[in-house]
Design a protein around this ligand. Structure first.
Ligand SMILES: [Zn+2]
Length: 341
């Protein structure tokens, strides 16, 4: 068994606030005089049922954490630490999702909010040695017109280099909002060359995945784990090259599956799906990227060849530039060629 902490990988599903270290959240809360729910700072991962009340509880905690991010230095710190933590787990490419709307009130609008994130992503890429692209994500809970505004903002910063916007997402409770109404925002993003990376197939099953595919033309699905409940749809998704950002710890924390063994990782990979493992919100799920690869090995029995394939798949599904992809893929070959400890 080779050391998974040395396996080069790409991390394609990580939310800005959700990436925060617990210790950082505690410090920010103290500095801003905010009292946090104790559960945010204790040692245990969140565990809620996959119903509306469970999601509400998750969202309330997430909002409480987000309320502690109050300005440019807090925002820069989150990106810098996400980069350092990803680098420590040998992620060579991070695509971090942010909805700049949440931080706009503290920095004078969504444009400066996004520009701060992009500028720090550029600086942190240099410092940490992780190539960082940004996904601008709209929320299902807000008006679709707001998503269009975000898509236009994202489009102005499109590119595959560090500190550029690589994709456009749609997050929050999949059961809320009308997916079709977000199609115009995704069309704007697509015309600018951005990847379409909406959440889907997490809290809802194949019928909604079909909706997302039809209206938002995803390059990657955030989660997408429930696609396989309809094997024909999964075949279609595989054939059209839509990658799945699978986040096992998140699925267990949010009650989508009762335990890690029930996450259909093996079935998805066996069906030919291009899977990129991700951590989603390590702040709440207490589990980062490396831990997802450990689950693949320890719970799902992936051997080193299969783990290397997962890493390759994450790199290929990323929007990194050709040189970065080639370097990371060569690193995976080197890892596999290294002696098995
Ligand atoms: Zn997510």
């Amino acid at each position: 068994m080779r050391d998974l902490a040395l396996l080069p990988k790409a991390h394609l599903h990580l939310h800005f606030t959700g990436s925060m270290r617990v210790s950082t959240l505690g410090e920010l809360a103290e500095r801003h005089g905010i009292r946090l729910p104790a559960v945010l700072l204790d040692a245990d991962p969140l565990h809620v049922p996959a119903d509306e009340r469970g999601w509400f509880r998750f969202q309330r905690l997430y909002d409480a954490a987000r309320a502690c991010v109050r300005g440019e230095s807090d925002m820069r710190r989150i990106i810098a630490e996400a980069a350092a933590d990803d680098a420590a787990e040998r992620s060579g490419r991070l695509e971090i999702q942010v909805d700049p709307t949440s931080y706009a009130p503290f920095v004078g609008g969504i444009t400066p909010a996004l520009e701060i994130v992009l500028d720090e992503a550029r600086a942190s890429s240099q410092r940490a040695g992780v190539d960082i692209g940004v996904v601008v994500a709209a929320s299902r809970m807000r008006h679709p017109l707001e998503a269009r505004t975000l898509a236009r903002l994202a489009a102005r910063h499109a590119g595959d280099g560090p500190g550029q916007v690589v994709g456009f997402g749609l997050s929050n409770d999949e059961r809320r909002g009308d997916t079709a109404e977000f199609a115009p925002a995704f069309a704007i993003a697509r015309r600018a060359g951005l990847a379409s990376v909406p959440h889907g197939g997490e809290l809802l099953g194949p019928a909604h995945v079909q909706d997302v595919v039809t209206h938002l033309h995803p390059d990657r699905l955030g989660h997408g784990v429930r696609t396989g409940e309809d094997p024909r749809l999964l075949d279609e998704v595989v054939a059209s090259g839509v990658a799945l950002e699978v986040c096992p710890a998140s699925n267990v924390s949010l009650g989508v599956y009762p335990d890690a063994a029930s996450v259909p990782l093996r079935a998805l990979v066996d069906a030919g799906a291009q899977v990129a493992l991700g951590a989603d919100d390590p702040l709440l799920f207490r589990s980062r990227l490396l831990a997802q690869y450990e689950v693949a090995r320890d719970v799902h029995g992936f051997d080193d060849e299969a783990l290397a394939d997962l890493a390759r798949s994450s790199i290929r599904a990323s929007r990194a530039g050709e040189a970065v992809r080639a370097r990371l893929l060569a690193g995976v070959d080197d890892w596999l060629a290294s002696p098995d400890a």
